[in-house]
Write a protein that binds this ligand. Structure first.
Ligand SMILES: *[C@@H]1O[C@H](CO)[C@@H](O)[C@H](O)[C@H]1NC(C)=O
Ligand SMILES: *[C@@H]1O[C@H](CO)[C@@H](O)[C@H](O)[C@H]1NC(C)=O
Ligand SMILES: *[C@@H]1O[C@H](CO)[C@@H](O)[C@H](O)[C@H]1NC(C)=O
Ligand SMILES: *[C@@H]1O[C@H](CO)[C@@H](O)[C@H](O)[C@H]1NC(C)=O
Ligand SMILES: *[C@@H]1O[C@H](CO)[C@@H](O)[C@H](O)[C@H]1NC(C)=O
Ligand SMILES: *[C@@H]1O[C@H](CO)[C@@H](O)[C@H](O)[C@H]1NC(C)=O
Ligand SMILES: *[C@@H]1O[C@H](CO)[C@@H](O)[C@H](O)[C@H]1NC(C)=O
Length: 649
């Protein structure tokens, strides 16, 4: 009798396990990806000692605390240190988590003496490296696996799925522990989905990673299941079949509120508590420096990582691109930039892309460079940077394929056809998003990329009118460790920092300067190079006019007349103009870094004690032209800046 009950109970339990694929009693050890680097360690005995110690440490943390899903360990004795990280999906029981770990640990041992390994399963991920990657905020490459069965479209699976993925992308980074699981009803069933990031990431990187995965997973729909993963950092999965128990879901509605409330609240809290300390931290780098030769702060950069870190770009077939752009027809042409013409292309699968045909140079030299630069650029993922999807190289032709931005570029909205169509909130969001994109390029990607050609024509807008910076990395990656003199100056008239135009000195601060000019354009609706007659009858171009108004305490005069004064906060507008003037100061060292700009924009009290110093004014356009041709011409030409600089008064 007792036995029978036991059997029945077991059957019941089994039935409830089988009712969903996973959760209780299933460590979900279906392997998704397994990678070893190709670089061997120096001393294998030492390495194995460290590896064994790290893995043992990970395991003991999991066993000793039942609620742990994310653990790191390091063992750094001798020449071959090991840093290891393990994460299991939060819906796994501790027993399943430990089982998944055991399987993963056995797998990474297959990498023998290689210095980096990653094993990704449905249920968990294990990763080790011989350098400290815990603080790395880097998205390397997104992989997507789509199921082979298609949902019945009449159930609304596709549309609901799209929303589910989008919501997870927004909510997961805001949840402590970076994990969310949801179940959403559709006709005749449900969509089960999870999002997860490594807990060591910043909220921004988690969002960037999930948003890249989310975009790729959208293409899986209406397939009944899909998985997106960036091996080291984030994971997203959806399925029509349950893979976790219903009681593991999290109500994410409170995290879905639009906008920046989270970060504003954060700032308000910090602002209330530690304004003093923060002021010191932030102001010190901005204070005038008298030491003249101060070189800009530089973020330590690792060498471009080994082959395992950077994903090779997608190679497109020339014939496909030709077909997509109707033979690069004039009708498909979106524009012509400094680097070549851009065409709208419709690929065979219906995906719309922007195809940039680079002006071909001396092709021999370009080939290697092209490959390596495209590899780097295509690994940059940030929501305020246009994504490079891949490339094509054939004969003399060098072609880049980008995501397509329907709403074209910012200049159209501030001077062009759609002038006056942006309200203050939209302008402010563009100003902030652009600063974030540049911060990523300068300080957060693992090689520092100076854009060199920030202008309103290079800032594209997506459907929500969020900015995405384009054309980065095309000129060149930041060479060496110092700003250095280059013989040829890239950039666009009116946006280029004076030290770069005049002396060829290049640093991230050159982008800060151009950014400041773009901000002034966004606020004023005036082109940086256009001359306007002011109240005194003086002809003034934008920067000079802004500075004059600043000196007279009349900053609001600068504001675009098409903006309704009832729709903006005058103090906020003044603050943003002041930040733009800080960015355009003559001394590169005194300009804020882009991450400081982001902080200044997000914070209200910080600006009071800062006064921008005077910019350098370069006379008229024709004179600027002359200076540029002198500095870009033969190396013997003498540039005499004093002839070209016309200070006010
Ligand atoms: C590390 O662990 C593996 C497997 O458990 C074992 O074969 C090896 O001898 C250990 N190595 C060291 C140096 O402890
Ligand atoms: C166990 O881990 C959880 C999650 O990391 C943590 O909040 C908790 O304090 C830990 N408990 C103990 C006893 O260490
Ligand atoms: C690792 O090696 C073992 C044999 O040592 C093998 O059974 C297993 O399939 C390998 N795993 C992977 C993922 O290559
Ligand atoms: C779909 O994939 C599953 C597992 O990957 C496989 O067993 C099945 O045969 C596939 N079905 C079709 C129609 O390809
Ligand atoms: C979830 O449900 C399972 C049975 O399906 C139960 O064993 C488990 O304790 C529940 N977990 C929570 C957190 O309520
Ligand atoms: C495509 O353009 C090339 C010249 O650029 C021309 O020779 C060729 O005939 C065109 N093909 C089609 C199908 O229009
Ligand atoms: C562009 O932006 C507007 C908002 O001003 C939006 O309504 C529209 O859908 C976007 N897309 C296109 C293709 O214009």
């Amino acid at each position: 009798m007792v036995q029978l009950k036991l059997v029945a109970l077991t059957l019941l339990v089994l039935w409830s396990w089988w009712n969903f694929e996973g959760a209780v009693g299933d460590p979900q050890t279906l392997i998704l990806k397994f990678e070893c680097s190709v670089v061997s360690v120096h001393d294998s005995a030492n390495f194995f000692q460290n590896l064994n110690a790290s893995l043992a440490n990970l395991k003991s943390q999991l066993v000793s605390n039942q609620s742990k899903h994310f653990v790191t360990a390091q063992s750094t004795t001798g020449t071959d240190p090991v840093y290891a990280m393990f994460q299991c999906r939060n819906y796994l029981s501790n027993t399943d988590c430990v089982t998944c770990f055991a399987v993963a640990a056995a797998t990474v041992r297959n990498c023998s003496t290689m210095n980096t390994a990653r094993a990704i399963y449905d249920g968990c991920i294990l990763r080790y490296e011989n350098n400290d990657f815990f603080k790395q905020n880097l998205i390397s490459s997104i992989h997507t696996l789509c199921g082979n069965q298609t949902a019945d479209e009449s159930t609304g699976f596709g549309a609901v799925g799209r929303q589910v993925l989008m919501d997870l992308q927004i909510a997961t980074p805001k949840i402590s522990g970076y994990f969310a699981a949801t179940k959403t009803q559709v006709e005749g069933g449900a969509i089960y989905a999870i999002g997860q990031c490594a807990e060591t990431l910043t909220q921004d990187t988690c969002l960037d990673c999930l948003s890249a995965e989310q975009r790729d997973l959208q293409d899986c729909l209406p397939s009944t299941n899909g998985r997106g993963f960036d091996p080291p950092v984030c994971f997203m999965r959806y399925s029509a079949t349950p893979f976790f128990a219903d009681n593991q879901t999290i109500d994410i509605t409170s995290f879905l509120k639009q906008g920046e409330e989270g970060s504003i609240k954060k700032w308000a809290i910090i602002g209330g508590g530690v304004v003093g300390a923060l002021l010191v931290v932030i102001l010190i780098p901005l204070l005038p420096r008298h030491s003249g030769s101060q070189s800009p702060k530089r973020v330590p950069r690792s060498t471009i990582m080994g082959a395992t870190e950077l994903k090779a770009p997608t190679k497109y077939k020339y014939s496909d691109l030709k077909a997509a752009t109707k033979n690069f027809s004039e009708k498909n042409k979106l524009g012509e930039g400094g680097f070549g013409a851009v065409y709208k292309g419709t690929m065979k699968n219906g995906k719309i892309v922007a195809v940039k045909k680079l002006i071909s140079g001396n092709s021999n030299q370009m080939d290697d460079e092209f490959e390596s630069e495209v590899t780097v650029i295509s690994n940059v993922h940030h929501r305020n940077l246009v994504r490079l999807l891949g490339c094509c190289s054939i004969g003399e032709e060098r072609i880049l394929v980008y995501e397509y931005m329907a709403n074209t570029s910012l200049d159209k909205f501030i001077f062009g056809k759609r002038k006056g169509s942006l309200n203050w909130k939209q302008r402010y969001d563009i100003i902030l998003g652009t600063a974030r994109g540049l911060t990523y390029l300068h300080e957060e990607f693992h090689v520092s990329i100076i854009h060199r050609d920030i202008k309103s024509g290079n800032i594209l807008l997506d459907e929500q009118l969020q900015p995405k910076i384009s054309d980065f990395g095309l000129v060149k990656l930041l060479p060496g460790d110092k700003s250095h003199i280059r013989t040829r100056v890239a950039g666009t008239l009116g946006y280029t920092a004076p030290e770069y135009v005049l002396q060829g000195q290049l640093s991230e601060k050159a982008d800060t300067y151009s950014y400041g000019i773009v901000v002034l354009e966004i606020i004023s609706g005036q082109k940086s190079t256009d001359v306007k007659v002011d109240d005194d009858g003086d002809e003034e171009y934008l920067l000079r006019r802004a500075w004059k108004l600043h000196e007279r305490g009349m900053l609001l005069e600068l504001v675009d007349k098409s903006l309704d004064p009832n729709n903006y906060d005058a103090e906020e507008v003044k603050k943003v103009i002041s930040i733009a003037l800080l960015c355009t100061q003559a001394s590169a060292a005194m300009r804020p870094s882009m991450s400081e700009v982001v902080v200044l924009l997000s914070c209200n009290d910080l600006l009071q004690h800062m006064r921008p110093s005077m910019p350098i004014f370069i006379g008229s356009n024709s004179r600027l032209h002359r200076v540029i041709s002198a500095s870009t011409g033969s190396s013997t030409s003498n540039v005499t800046p004093s002839n070209s600089i016309v200070p006010v008064r």
